[in-house]
Design a binder for this molecule. Structure first.
Ligand SMILES: Cc1ncc(COP(=O)(O)O)c(C=O)c1O
Ligand SMILES: [Zn+2]
Length: 407
């Protein structure tokens, strides 16, 4: 039993113990709820005093659900620089007359696989090492699979990953290069998820609990700590490309925790979440809810779309987490925006001209979301904007090529 933290069920408030208990109970509370949040026995006055592991999320060791520093598995992730990009500020000023500060989280510089999935995989692998978990499985559209394959290898964990049949070759090669086991489904992401769930039951292998998995959420919530550490405050607006929704769910958890234990005046940023027009079920649901003025039960009303996108990591056609994420978006007075996939390569080219870097296509959805929000008057004078771009272009070479071919 851990004195350091407890997992508390978000539905009934029951104490679900530590990760040993959580895994032993199939990652569920006895009430059936799969969403639990960690509560830490820690001194939040010392949040930024952490010694060691300065180059990673483990600088917050006292605020992570891991007991022994010896179990840390890290490649330097989660402490990447947050940069101010003045050419985006200039764009907002000259095109829309908006004076704002624009910051970009350079997740492409994460040491594991260059995406914002690395922090979750680093914490996951560390917990597996600590708890003696030898096998893990997951269905993923790409970045989570790549990150977990690397970190599980480092922790000596055998990892079975189930991917949709349109998995890109670069991703498949990377996963295999880490010695992990790739199962390519006959169908799309839904089919891969079903196969992973069957495998979990049949082989009794621990499975990722999806976007509300406390491993992912506890890791990713450290971005709220990083915003405070690096910017000295919370941004007014948080942008991200959204598929499952772990990012906003984790930010919400981190901010509530800061409000409760660190500074009650900290404000949750306005959430503006972007999807590309070729797979935009959350945007569609949001537009419907807005048009109908949010009738009772609006958050449960969402469509399934058949993804037509080339961005495999943003191809979740059934947005199962919409009922969790959309009320958060509404509470912050934010919104969902649609961007055009056909315009992403030329945008990436422009950003390459200014930065020298080609970012991945999901990062471009985030940048395009910022542009779209400006056009829809969703950004106000004097605000601080944070763009949580999620990846470099390393495993999306098809996209890098499109960008290079752009005139
Ligand atoms: C680069 C990138 N951006 C955005 C997303 C969507 O993340 P979320 O789970 O927070 O919706 C993902 C993950 O699928 C990703 O890898
Ligand atoms: Zn419960």
């Amino acid at each position: 039993m851990s004195n350091k933290y407890r997992l508390i069920c978000t539905a009934c408030g029951a104490d679900c113990g530590d990760f040993s208990d959580w895994f032993a109970h199939d990652q569920k509370c006895s009430c059936g709820c799969q969403r639990a949040e960690a509560v830490y026995n820690a001194d939040y006055g010392k949040l930024f005093d952490g010694e060691g592991f300065e180059d990673s999320l483990f600088r917050y060791f006292d605020f992570l659900p891991l007991e022994d520093r010896a179990n840390v598995v890290s490649c330097g992730e989660g402490a990447e620089p947050i940069e101010e990009w003045d050419f985006l500020e200039e764009y907002a000023r000259s095109k829309h007359g908006i004076d704002c500060k624009v910051f970009v989280v350079r997740n492409d510089l994460n040491g594991g696989s260059g995406t914002f999935k690395d922090i979750a995989a680093a914490l996951g692998a560390s917990i597996f090492k600590e708890k003696g978990v030898r096998n893990f499985c997951l269905a993923s559209t790409g970045n989570a699979a790549t990150a977990f394959s690397r970190y599980c290898s480092l922790a000596g964990v055998t990892f079975d990953v189930f991917m949709p049949n349109d998995v890109c070759k670069d991703t498949a090669d990377t996963i295999r290069s880490h010695g992990q086991i790739l199962h390519i489904s006959q169908g799309g992401y839904g089919a891969a998820k079903k196969e992973a769930a069957d495998f979990h039951v049949r082989e009794n292998v621990l499975i990722s609990a999806g976007n509300i998995d406390p491993i992912r959420v506890e890791a990713k919530r450290t971005m709220a700590f990083e915003f405070l550490r690096q910017l000295g405050k919370m941004p007014d607006v948080f942008f991200q490309a959204v598929a499952g929704g772990t990012g906003p769910i984790a930010l919400d958890k981190g901010v509530r925790e800061l409000q409760k234990y660190y500074d009650k005046n900290i404000k949750m940023p306005r959430l503006i979440l972007a999807q590309q027009d070729t797979c935009d079920p959350m945007v569609r649901a949001w537009e419907k809810a807005t048009a109908e003025n949010f009738p009772k039960g609006w958050e449960k009303d969402y469509p399934t779309v058949i993804p037509q996108t080339k961005i495999s990591i943003l191809s979740a056609g059934t947005p199962g987490m919409y009922p969790v994420v959309a009320p958060m978006v509404r509470a912050t007075k934010g919104g969902f925006v649609r961007v055009q996939e056909s315009e992403l390569a030329s945008l990436a080219k422009k950003i390459q001209e200014r930065t020298g870097v080609i970012f991945g296509p999901a990062s471009m959805v985030c940048f395009a979301g910022f542009r779209q929000a400006l056009a829809q008057n969703m950004i106000h004078q004097g605000e601080t904007i944070l763009l949580n771009i999620g990846e470099g272009s390393e495993r999306a070479r098809w996209f890098a090529k499109e960008v290079e071919d752009c005139k």
